[in-house]
Design a protein around this ligand. Sequence first.
Ligand SMILES: Cc1ncc(COP(=O)(O)O)c(C=O)c1O
Length: 373
Amino acid sequence: MLADWLGPKAAALESRGLTRRLRARSAGERLIDLAGNDYLGLASDPRVVDAAADAVRVWGTGATASRLVTGTTALHEELETSLAAYTGHESALVFSSGYLANLGVVTALGGPGTLVVSDDHVHASLIDGSRLSRSRVEVVPHSDVDAVDKVLAERNEPHALILTESVFSVLSDEAPLEELSAVALVRQAVLVVDEAHGLGVSGGGRGSVAAAGLAGLDHVIVTMTLSKAMASQGGVVLGPFLLREHLINRARSFIYDTGLNPAACAAALAALHVLQAEPDRPAAIHTAAARLASACGVAPSAGAVVSVPMPGPREAVRAAEVCLEDGVRVGCFRPPSVPDGISRLRLTAHAGLSDTDLDRACTVIVNAIGRST
Ligand SMILES: Cc1ncc(COP(=O)(O)O)c(C=O)c1O
């Protein structure tokens, strides 16, 4: 039965070069990694590793229950207080992933009385949150502030959310945060900014919202993942205390989900401490990203990700394979992950790359692109 049902779907994907496959990493492999999201190069830092190991010894291997039952530990609270202080928000609430943080905030604030205005490049988790929220959703062209203003002005709903990323995942460009915030204020809307690619990278590490002077404002909410620059796992929503209370009571992805593993909390907290003690780390990401962009002949990116457009998904996959054969792991963006349908190589710069690694990576990637197109 499943063979008849799923077989043709699998064949259709394969014929378009869009099949996704899992590839297990092996421990200790000696590749130059430009595919992972360990932006600050802290996932193997002994301070972060030791903090996670110590947390397992103290708290055990799991959170044991939902945050509302036994799943909140002193580590969760310390992480929330520290992240809120670092990024300039009144409060923070930790979820078990960035995906669930986005689902939680949009569903808890959405509904029939809320219009959701969503940039057409936002992450799948914000899209899914919008759909689940049963709000009316208006998708607007990428970073088009006038389009946002227009749909907000014409709405009948009493409430509205504007959804954007600060540094976008695929294009790695920055949203016009100050303009969006100004429109939100005039039109009585709340601006929700996903800083998955901003935390630890933009604004000297504090993110683009803090850099724009918008952190802590009553109409601004920020979401973050702990799985990229924070070298761990988990998600966070930051904003006013009242928002935190509301999410604790209304966000189903918070209430009905086991709390974030204490080891992940401890790792993220340790990574945050390293970032605070070594504030030059984010600059190293930008230096590496600029070198990769220049070697590939694309514009410099605002974040850690450098996107190199390819003729199609097959060429992107082929180039990534050639890179791997030559010791450099890179990622691919292919439909449906790319809103504009353009397949790309995804090169992730991180702070731990040496000059030698970068030189080697640039040579390998340029060669692989040449051989695959
Ligand atoms: C923009 C954006 N938001 C949210 C997420 C989801 O975060 P997590 O991996 O913690 O679920 C990601 C991760 O890929 C992302 O890129």
